[in-house]
Design a protein around this ligand. Structure first.
Ligand code: NAP
Ligand code: GLV
Length: 312
């Protein structure tokens, strides 16, 4: 098959991606450059610039190397009739579970506070609480949310997880699964650490804002590992400065890279990562791509298709 590759990354990273994709899927012809009107069977993309696939004919699949596809879905030139698959990779899920475990343990055991105390040569001990007394709520129980909820439950936290539908997936031991607005309201009241792993859709944009913060107990913590568009930044700053929220751990931002003069960089109650909670692993992602290419060749539906009407 003829496969085009489009990624909004630097030349070195693009070259490395192509090397690994070609090595994993050697029977196919991989193209980095094409002209409008050209035909290709599949487009493999990593957060491409809007319009990147415009003018290509004959596509049978757009395969994203990213888990989140909101930018692709906003591209009016993305052909409406071509199936779109997103990246679902167990290696990425494990990475996200590790980052979430770090964030929750650090919040629960005051490790961010101890890091600050070290910078100030301050010797002060805080109470050591048991994990079982720190309720965690995970928003979104998809590929990432399931891995995170399972890891936190295994660490001894009381974990609830909120999703859109009633489910049907295998139960997760130690995780209370919720859906619906009333269940969310009830869960927020008793949540100490809230982790956002929702997709960015018209329904979820801005969900981390003042109305939700007001439903959390005083001193709760927020972790946003999903998308910057979920967070109302001004509301978070107000909630942190007013003492409603104790701390925020943020990996994703409305503008990335975060501008140098943004208040999050120096805020004492914000811990930041540069969008690295779960990076795509090139080797395992290439295997996921290979599996979908084989399915197309066999006439089977590709895996991990996005439902465009739901936005994820
Ligand atoms: P996913 O598999 O599509 O899971 C989505 C989950 O959110 C599902 O459980 C879904 O409910 C739920 N959901 C969707 N809309 C909802 C709504 N309106 N109300 C309540 N629940 C809703 O997504 P994923 O792969 O786990 O990714 C999760 C997030 O992580 C995405 O935003 C993605 O962009 C982000 N991400 C970040 C990084 C990073 O490094 N920071 C890396 C990868 C992914 P149902 O189960 O009922 O459908
Ligand atoms: C990263 O944020 C991804 O969506 O894969």
């Amino acid at each position: 098959m003829k496969i085009v590759f489009s990624a909004s990354v630097g030349a070195d990273e693009r070259g490395e991606w192509l090397r690994i994709l070609r090595a994993t899927c050697p029977r196919h012809e991989w193209l980095e450059h094409w002209t409008p009107g050209q035909t290709a069977d599949v487009a493999v993309v990593a957060n491409p610039q809007p319009g990147a696939l415009h003018g290509l004919h004959g596509l049978r699949l757009v395969q994203s190397l990213w888990a989140g596809v909101e930018r692709l879905l906003l591209d009016p030139t993305l052909p409406a009739d071509v199936p779109l698959a997103r990246m679902v990779d167990p290696v990425m899920n494990v990475a996200m579970a590790e980052t979430a475990a770090w964030a929750v343990l650090s919040l629960h055991r005051s490790f961010f506070e101890y890091a600050r105390q070290q910078r100030e040569a301050c010797w002060r001990q805080w109470p050591q609480r048991r994990a079982a007394t720190v309720p965690v709520l995970v928003l979104g129980l998809g590929s990432m949310g399931r891995a995170v909820a399972a890891r936190l439950a295994a660490l001894g936290y009381p974990v609830s997880a909120w999703r859109r539908s009633g489910g049907g997936d295998a139960p997760l031991p130690g995780v209370q699964v919720l859906h619906g607005a009333a269940a969310l309201t009830a869960a927020l009241e008793g949540t100490e650490v809230l982790i956002n792993l929702l997709p960015l859709t018209p329904d979820t944009r801005g969900i981390l804002g003042a109305p939700l913060f007001a439903q959390l107990p005083l001193g709760a913590c927020i972790v946003n590992f999903a998308r910057g568009g979920h967070l109302v930044e001004a509301d978070l700053l107000e909630a942190l400065d007013g003492g409603r929220l104790r701390h925020a751990v943020l990996d994703v931002f409305a503008t990335e890279p975060l501008p140098p003069d943004h208040p999050f960089w120096t805020h004492p109650r914000v811990t930041m990562l540069p969008h690295v909670a779960a990076l795509t692993d090139a080797h395992s992602a290439a295997s996921v791509v290979a599996a979908n290419l084989e399915r197309i060749e066999r006439g089977q539906a590709p895996l991990h298709l996005v439902d465009r009407s739901r936005g994820y």
